[in-house]
Design a protein around this ligand. Structure first.
Ligand SMILES: *Cc1c(COP(=O)(O)O)cnc(C)c1O
Length: 403
């Protein structure tokens, strides 16, 4: 057992999430005897002599670095920590969530293959499949979210991967992960869940048999709206070719970002508890408000996926979407402009609350008809609850809706 694996105390249960978030993946003794991991600002790594070069190239198991595009010591710590949090064998970090998506798909698919996506996947993921994978002869089928029968009917001999997000954004649909994983297994097709909104605190896709879990670490994992990163986690065997391709694509993070990610992860469980608390409190307040038409939040009994969410999620996250009764985009914008705590912007999962109108932000380039076809309406507001005080957030929305 190497030094960076946390030893369970004799007779104790294996370490739980917050203990892993603080300690997993780290050496007990670090350079300079520091308690924190160092930032290695280096493009290359040197060898003491030619024999060391020969030892390195002939070694199967690499214990040192060679060149910055293939790895960095702080990155290895972050990858081990993320794998431990997810309960997976191997994590490969990328420069962004989208670099992780494109890296995984390019590593796993070839001309003639087909992939099937639920249509509430991240819009850039769907765009990449539709506009770019097609150039390499890879076909994509989009199926309405959580329609497992239609997904199954679309599976053919060339199908290589089933893809979904859970929960989805901005509708917060929740995939029945066991059913999704079982569908893949039964047909010998691999499965991928983008669990960015769920996080390893709220959902555990690998434990249900899903093959790959992907996160935009930009969101809850790094958690501070100050950096971008992405990660894919799966078995050692399945991740080997993803790591190999990353070294060729070069979509890697800067040494400073590895440190920021590690720093953010230390408080992961604490932050998630507050994100969940704030999401639930704000969703319940909005649900009861006379000006609100509808709230999308899996923690509300009125949400169509509430039962699946209760069965499969520990908490329901910090993201929610709601609609203002009878409002056009302008009157909806009045509410957005009146809140004092959340800042207006894209992204989610950071300590600062963020608010946006999906029809004006992510879906701006769509026509009205295209937007409505994917369930995006002018009176929708998406809120990413940060870790502020829940009463303050609720009071802020109360004054914005009532004035
Ligand atoms: C943000 C996001 C991505 C893309 O991640 P980046 O780090 O912005 O590249 C992918 N999937 C989901 C669900 C996201 O929210």
């Amino acid at each position: 057992m190497s030094d960076h694996e946390i030893l369970p105390n004799r007779g104790c249960a294996p370490p739980r999430l917050s203990t892993l978030a603080v300690h997993a993946g780290e050496e007990r003794l670090k350079p300079g005897n520091a308690i924190t991991d160092a930032i290695f600002c280096t493009a290359t790594y040197t060898f003491p002599d030619t024999q060391a070069v020969l030892d390195f190239v002939e070694q199967e198991e690499q214990t040192r670095e060679e060149y910055g595009r293939y790895g960095n010591p702080t990155e290895k710590v972050a990858e081990r920590k993320l794998a431990a949090l997810e309960g997976g064998e191997s994590a490969v970090l990328f420069a962004t969530g989208m670099a992780a998506v494109t890296g995984l798909l390019l590593a796993k698919l070839k001309a003639g293959d087909e992939i099937i996506l639920f249509n509430e996947c991240y819009h850039r993921t769907r765009q990449f499949c539709r506009e770019h994978l097609t150039k390499f002869g890879i076909r994509t089928h989009e199926i309405p979210a959580c329609d497992y029968d239609r997904m199954e009917a679309a599976i053919g001999p060339s199908t290589k991967l089933l893809v979904s997000e859970s929960p989805t954004n901005p509708h917060l649909s929740v995939v029945d992960l066991e059913r999704f994983a079982e569908l893949g297994r039964r047909h010998g097709v691999e499965t991928l869940i983008d669990a960015t909104l769920g996080t390893p605190y709220n959902v555990r896709p690998l434990e249900t048999g899903v093959d790959y879990v992907l996160h935009s670490c930009t969101k809850y994992l790094a958690g501070h709206n100050d950096m971008l990163a992405g990660v894919v986690i799966g078995s050692e065997e399945k991740m080997a070719e993803v790591r190999e391709l990353r070294g060729i694509l070069g979509a890697i993070n800067s040494p400073h970002n590895f440190y920021l990610l590690l720093r953010g992860l230390k408080t992961f469980e604490l932050r998630m508890q507050r994100h969940n608390e704030n999401g639930q409190a704000l969703a319940e307040f909005l649900h009861a408000h006379p000006r609100v038409e509808k709230v999308f939040y899996p923690g509300l009994p009125s949400h169509p996926y509430h039962e699946i969410a209760r069965r499969t999620m520990k908490g329901f996250g910090g993201l929610l979407t709601f609609q203002i009764k009878g409002a056009d985009w302008r009157r909806t914008a009045d509410v957005v402009d009146r809140v004092r705590i959340p800042r207006i912007g894209p992204s989610l999962g950071g300590v600062e609350s963020i608010i946006e109108q999906p029809s004006l932000m992510s879906y701006h380039s769509y026509t009205q008809e295209q937007r409505e076809a994917v369930g995006i309406f002018d009176n929708m507001i998406r809120v990413s609850c940060g870790i502020e005080n829940p009463e303050d957030l609720v009071a802020d929305f109360a004054q914005a809706l009532d004035s």
